[in-house]
Each structure stands twice: as structure tokens, then as C-alpha cells.
Design a protein around this ligand. Sequence first.
Ligand code: SF4
Length: 351
Amino acid sequence: MAEVQSTAAADPARPLVKVRDLKMYFPIHSGLFRTHVGDIKAVDGISFDIMPGETLGLVGESGCGKSTVGRSILRLYDVTAGTVEINGSEIAHVDRDSLRSKRPMMQMIFQDPQASLNPRMTVANIIGEPLDEHMKLTAKERLERIYELMDWVGLNHAFAKRYPHEFSGGQRQRIGIARALALNPKFIVCDEPIAALDVSIQAQVVNLLETLQKRLNLTYLFISHDLSMVRHIADRVAVMYLGRIVEVASREKLFAEPLHPYTQALLSAVPEPDPESERHRSPIVLQGDVPSPANPPKGCNFSTRCPKVMDICRQIEPAVYDFGDGRQVACHLYSEDMTMTGEPTTGETTN
Ligand code: SF4
């Protein structure tokens, strides 16, 4: 059977995904002449890497911009600024034809399998659609490939001629995963892939994603508001607040010792599995609402709700402080002068 070869094999020592200063602004128009009066800054200058075979968890409250990050990286939106490199190919600013040729290596698994599957297509045609668009297969080769993909995700071949409404939510998500795998992608954005599923089948889908990752050496950006699930699946975790990444660290370090005040508040709300630890857990309740991304606060985005806010926070955006162990934190509390003297600096970056 003809194999789709997305691009050259990934170098295990180099990031498969490199995102630099990515911005995604949605314009606000007003009045009779639809004058441009401002922007919703859904993603406001974020940078991160993902290594081959790694899972980066992207967490934050609803509306913080994490799904927009996933869609922007895959160029489902035309990004406002910044660069995205996947397996050595620039994605953010290539023309439509070049983008189409790069689609096989990057795919997405959506939150709502019900909405993301065409109700008028059979399972075989849903899974086979990417094959039709990007490969030239005989009918026999196409069906063999569809069956292979159904085997990978645990779907019975007898389901091939059925329609999405005949399946449970978990089975529909398996169809979506099979479709995403059809062209042998290297990188998959999993956008809240279990949020719409019953709790009883969430673990099955997460286990399937882990099994497929090992088998196919996939690299994931796993977007979720469910910190317990991210703790289970992610190698590293990036925490987002109001369009920006405030902390990145390995899963172990982030959950054992969150440094950014927002991460501390977010994690304090997660129940501990150990009853003794749970008894001593004291959730940090944040005051006020998340500000509008159309009008974010001056200085630190989190300054209107931060329990540790200082004068400098309301004036100057904090730099990203690199702890040299894979952890980065955007907070004035960790500026060099602050850690040595207790006084904040003007926020010069250390990386
Ligand atoms: Fe809080 Fe200031 Fe740090 Fe922002 S920079 S998280 S307001 S302490």
C-alpha cells in the first residue's frame, strides 16, 4: 500500500514543534462603517517547544486562549504574528498550497466528536476522507487502510458502514482519532479530547491516546482544563492565563512545587487522591473575574487577581525567568533582585 510520508524523520534531539511569540488577535469592528476599534487578544505572544514523542499539557481556565493556541499552530486561523515550526517546516506564514502539502504531518482531535464528524457520512468515508484528499489508493488499498486504522483505535470492522449517530460518545471519539491518524501525522493537537465524554470512558480514551503515542511515536499538545488528566498524560505542562503562558515545567516539578501565583491557585483547587494530603489542602480562592482579553490589565495580566501583587506588577509586564531545569516562570517574584534582596527589578529577562 502507498504510504504517506509526511516529511523527513524527526531529529530526536531537536524540538518537533517550535512556537515563538505567537499572537492571535481577533479584530473588533463597530458602527455603520465597521470601523476597527480594537482586538480580542486571545493569544498574546507565547513561545514553547515540544520534543519528538513528548506530550505538552496546556492548561488554564475556560476562555484563557488555550484552544486558540492549538488552532493557530495548525493554521486553522491565520495568525496575527509569530512563527510556528513543525518538523522543520514553517507553518504560520506559508501560502495555502504549501500548507495543504504539510497538513498530513499535523492533525487535530476535537473536543466534541458529535460536532466534528459529518452525520451524513459512513465511518469508512469519514476515516477515508483524508486518504482521498492526499493519497492515490486503489479501492482495496483504501479499505485495508481504513480497517487498519479501525483496528488501531479498537473499532469493529462491522461498524464501517454505519453512521456517527449510531455510536456512543467514546466510539465517536475513536472514529475521530482514526481519522486524525489516517495520514501518519507526527504531531497531534488534542483539544479537550475527553471533556465531552462520560467520566467512565474518559480514561479509556486517554489510555488509547497513550498507546497510540508509543506505537506511532506521536507528539501531542494536550489541551485540557482537567488538571488530574493532564497530570496523568503530560510530560511537561504549560499554564495559560489571559492569552499568555505564565509557567512551564515538568509535570513532576509543576505539581510538586508550583511557582507562579496563578498556578498555585489553579492546583490548590485540585482534590488530592491521598486522604491525608486532602485533609490539609487549602484552596486559594481568587477574587474578581478574569479581565476581558480585549482590554487586558497593564503590566502583569494576573495583577488584578493575584494575592501577591506588588506595585511593579501593575506597571511592567514580567519577563520570563528561566530556572535552567526546564522551568520558566513569568512573574516579578522571581526576578534576580527580588530573590536576592526582596526588591523587584524592572523585569529584565534572564533567557
Ligand atoms: Fe502576581 Fe506580580 Fe507575579 Fe503577576 S508579576 S503573578 S501580579 S506577583
